[in-house]
Write a protein of this length. Structure first.
Lengths: 412, 521
């Protein structure tokens, strides 16, 4: 058991790849340096199609047709999520930070946005249709959730020059976060009353600007391990194991913390509260929000980063086979994210060009089709462009998100 | 080359900005209650003003003074300052420690035709201010023996150091509340006269000093805001008369229709809280409806008749006002015609004489604490009437509230009701701009139906109904421009006969809305 633990620990102690399009294992980096620039962006949903999401991104009127189309596809869990990571990594084989010539030095910077949400069908209905058609009915909001995080990571670590496995420790600068989660919550509408039961909690960091608001500080560990082996037929294979964002952020004491646990029944104004009142009677201004019993206080709070776990079979650039299989699994530790599975083929017709295509299912969305293309210039420059959601990129009706990934490597 | 490509890719990666060109909007429909209530007659009229009459239905009743005046301003003791100078009438005099010089004199107050014998002060002060130029120490006391307070007679004692060249001065302020002052002077026969005693004496223990006839001391006092709560004397003759027009502004709101009243029973009582004789006469009481141009002169038995108002009886602590009742009802007057005319203006002519026969009380008129002359109205207005499209209009200033990201598009306001009143109503809302121009109107699809009145049992069977007030998008635009809201309500009673309001009458309602709103983000 101890051996297994040590082996696993060592295995997780080597990482190289940040989030990017289907990574291709190129070669070891025994001398010189390598700089990688990556832009990894997607939003995805298992229920809200692009016709709806585009209206939020680009503006415009959400018509009844759009709402009806989405309503017909709503499920028990209606997820929406997004990630946007812009990163730069630098690997230097000439520096041996731990005195072992097998390991080189790496440094990185990334800017990360993360959105994770889940709307109950009734909450969607309430927001987009109202309650007029649900009189004498209960609209269930339970377990709806929304989370937005914006943070930056500055990391330093070591990498294995042969496998590009790495471990990196990051300082995390928290820019902003908003989070809210409802538990047992509902709204019941009748002709003469509206009852609202709300249980939930959340918090919101104080500032919404500037872009780098620095309202929290934390740390994160990124682990990556490339496991190389040969098949019985003597073919080299690489399994990539990755754990990212293993850390937390402590937000400052100006963070607004909310909690609510109330059952409110609104029946309109009682006319007797307003007639025959003395002239000096206190004014009776009614604020429905006030009656909900929302408790708010300022104080620091610690939140975990969206921990990501991935394992995948990577294609190898120098493989003598033109076709290679790719497959993998990814999970983000948030309740709105389903296990993400993918599989596909990698095709390298020439030494300088390759392309891959894949089918995936899970995550924040459903079934997705992805493609990407890779181009090398004299083994010094690599450029890759791809998407994990080609249907989403081209279809409003059938697409449930969009994805675009860009990556470039430079060897010096 | 690599460097340029590297920088280009970084630029493309970083500049990944989406630009939202217009707001995201959508429409939602909300059903929400606005207001509700269970209204009875007691919610519309104060409980003290409603009672069930002998026939088992409701009457409006009034028991309250409608006009009153007091005499306290007439008999107020004016702010008065009196300064007396004292000196010896011989060239010089040795003042030993045992020397005392008392002086008594009467101070007459100028009260015009009022002749007061006695007052009890409700509030006010006397300030004494004395000076001495005697070359030795002196003591001067100012005493009003017949001004008796809780601790005895009023007295103010002042002590002076040796003056001679430099005048020494002393002052003191005394609260005169509850002092009983006899104003009949030393002889007990005068009026408005205060008997004063001044005592000047040496304040030396052993020394004797000499004063001359030129050593003049002053003794002064001032009445400050002295208001009696009781007075006795002769208060003089006064006549109050006027013809005045009273605006009944509440009735200005009636702009159409008519009302039919069964009966009214009123009693106006003239109450005299003073122990003096008075006479009064109402010479004119007419009401004008300026909308119709109709004037009705109210006739009642006491009109143009001089009424002798007897003095109050009893004494200072147990006085009882005299009362002179005037009955006005639909038998002895045209009061129903007067009310049915719905006057928004009333002209009243009256005359009142105080002590019309002079000082017949031998100077024993009395003003008691809190006493007043008043007209007290006891009225019973049975809620038995008929209304034919009686239309009331009222205008309210409105500030439209900015709704931010939420814009109302269309709405239907629904009034569900159960009307137990035998009165129906039709309401119309007019939206006015700052210049009172009508911008728009909101009209319901029906009126409030009256309950069904049973003339035999006086009971009303409630009528249930629902009224829809549609508010279009154009109306919402006008609501934003609106500065005032004018409400027209036209009331009609059930059937053709007069109805009666029973104690169980109620109006239940539930006001709710179906509101289509546009959300803009």
């Amino acid at each position: 058991m101890k051996k297994v633990f040590i082996t696993l620990t060592l295995a997780l102690s080597f990482t190289a790849y940040s989030q990017e399009l289907t990574p291709v294992y190129e070669d070891s980096l025994t001398e010189g340096s390598l700089t990688r620039v990556s832009s990894f962006n997607y939003y995805s949903s298992n229920a809200f199609n692009n016709a709806l999401l585009d209206k939020f991104l680009f503006g415009g009127a959400i018509t009844t047709d759009i709402k009806d189309q989405v309503t017909n596809g709503l499920k028990r869990v209606n997820s929406f999520g997004a990630e946007a990571e812009q990163s730069i990594e630098h690997y230097n084989a000439s520096i041996n930070p731990i005195g072992n010539p097998k390991f080189g030095f790496m440094a990185s910077f990334s800017d990360n946005h993360f959105v994770s949400a889940n709307l109950s069908s009734d909450l969607f209905h309430t927001i987009f249709y109202g309650n007029a058609d649900r009189i004498e009915d209960t609209l269930d909001f339970s377990f709806s959730h929304v989370q937005y995080m914006h943070f930056q990571k500055i990391g330093f670590g070591v990498f294995d020059k042969n496998t590009l496995s790495s471990i990196r420790i990051n300082y995390v600068s928290g820019s902003k976060q908003t989070q809210a989660r409802l538990s047992n919550s509902y709204m019941y509408s009748a002709d003469d009353s509206i009852a609202v039961m709300l249980q939930g909690a959340g918090f919101r960091t104080d500032l919404t600007s500037p872009y780098f608001a620095m309202q929290g500080h934390g740390f994160a560990i990124d682990l990556n391990y490339n496991f190389m082996f040969e098949t019985k037929k003597g073919n080299s294979q690489i399994i990539n194991l990755k754990i990212s964002n293993l850390g937390l952020i402590a937000w400052n004491n100006q963070t607004n913390n909310f909690s609510i646990d109330s059952l409110s029944n609104y029946t309109g104004f009682d006319i007797k509260d307003f007639i025959n009142q003395p002239e000096d009677a206190p004014s009776k201004e009614y604020n429905f929000i006030d009656t909900l019993g929302l408790h708010q206080e300022k104080g620091s709070i610690v939140s975990t980063l969206p921990i990501e776990f991935a394992i995948q079979k990577m294609p190898m650039r120098n493989c003598d086979k033109k076709l290679q299989a790719i497959l993998g699994f990814k999970a983000i530790l948030t309740s709105d994210y389903f296990p993400y599975l993918f599989g596909g083929v990698y095709y390298a017709p020439t030494d300088n060009f390759s392309a891959s295509t894949r089918l995936s299912y899970g995550g924040f969305g459903g079934l997705q089709w992805g493609i990407d293309a890779n181009f090398w210039v004299k083994d010094k420059v690599y450029i890759g462009l791809g998407t994990f959601d080609m249907i989403g990129n081209i279809s409003k009706k059938y697409g449930f998100g969009r994805s675009i990934n860009l990556s470039a490597h430079f060897k010096f | 080359m690599y460097k340029k490509l590297f920088i280009s890719i970084i630029a493309v990666s970083v500049v990944f900005v989406s630009c939202k060109k217009e707001a995201t909007t959508w429409s939602t429909n909300w059903a929400a209650p606005i207001a509700h209530g269970h209204l009875t007659i007691n919610d519309m009229v104060e409980e003290d003003h409603v009672e069930t009459n002998s026939e088992g239905y409701l009457s409006l009743v009034i028991h309250e003074p409608v006009f009153e005046f007091s005499l306290d301003t007439l008999i107020q003791l004016p702010d008065t300052t009196v300064v007396e100078k004292t000196a010896i009438g011989i060239p010089s005099l040795d003042i030993s420690p045992a020397y005392i010089q008392p002086t008594m004199y009467n101070q007459v107050l100028n009260l015009g035709t009022i002749e007061l014998k006695e007052v009890i002060i409700g509030s006010g002060f006397i300030e004494t201010r004395l000076t001495s130029v005697w070359p030795g120490r002196a003591q001067v006391a100012l005493i009003i023996p017949e001004a008796i307070g809780p601790l005895g007679s009023f007295g103010s004692v002042h002590f002076f150091e040796a003056g001679h060249i430099t005048e020494t001065e002393s002052s003191e302020l005394t609260d005169m509340t509850d002092f009983n002052m006899n104003l009949t002077g030393d002889d007990g026969l005068s009026v408005n006269t205060i008997g004063i005693t001044a005592i000047v004496q040496s304040n030396e223990e052993t020394e004797t000093y000499t004063i001359t006839s030129s050593d003049t001391n002053t003794i002064g006092f001032s009445f400050i805001d002295m208001v009696p709560k009781y007075a006795r004397g002769y208060f003089g003759q006064y006549t109050f008369s006027d013809t005045t027009t009273v605006s009944l502004s509440q009735l200005n709101r009636i702009v159409a229709g008519s009302i039919d009243i069964d009966s009214i029973d009123m009693k106006i009582t003239v109450k005299n809280g003073f122990n003096l004789v008075a006479q009064s006469k109402i010479s004119l009481f007419e009401g004008t409806n300026t909308r119709t141009g109709t004037t009705v002169d109210l006739d009642f038995p006491a009109k143009n008749t001089t009424m002798n108002i007897d003095p109050a009886s009893g004494g200072l602590y147990d006085y009882v006002p005299s009362e002179y009742p005037l009955e006005i009802n639909n038998v002895n007057s045209n009061i129903t015609d007067f009310i049915e005319n719905l006057p928004n203006s009333a002209k009243v002519g009256y005359k009142m004489d105080i002590n019309p026969f002079g000082n017949i009380s031998a100077g024993n008129d009395e003003f008691f604490p809190n006493s007043k002359m008043e007209l007290f109205l006891d009225g019973e207005f049975p809620l038995s009437f008929g209304a034919n499209e009686l239309t009331i209009v009222d205008t309210f200033d409105i500030d439209w509230v900015d709704t931010g990201e939420i814009t109302p598009e269309e709405a239907e306001v629904i009034l569900d009701y159960s009307n137990g009143f035998p009165i129906g109503a039709i309401a119309t809302f007019y939206l006015l701009d700052a210049s009172n121009n009508v911008l728009d109107s909101i009209v319901g699809n029906s009126g409030i139906l009256s309950g069904s009145f049973d003339a035999g049992t006086y009971e009303t069977v409630p009528k249930d109904g629902s009224i829809s007030f549609p508010i279009t998008a154009a109306t919402f635009e006008n609501l934003e421009k609106m500065k005032r809201l004018k409400l027209y309500v036209s009331f009609s009673t059930d059937g053709t006969e007069n109805i009666k309001i029973s104690p169980e009458t109620f109006f239940d309602f539930n006001l709710r809305s179906n509101l289509q709103i546009s959300v803009s983000l």
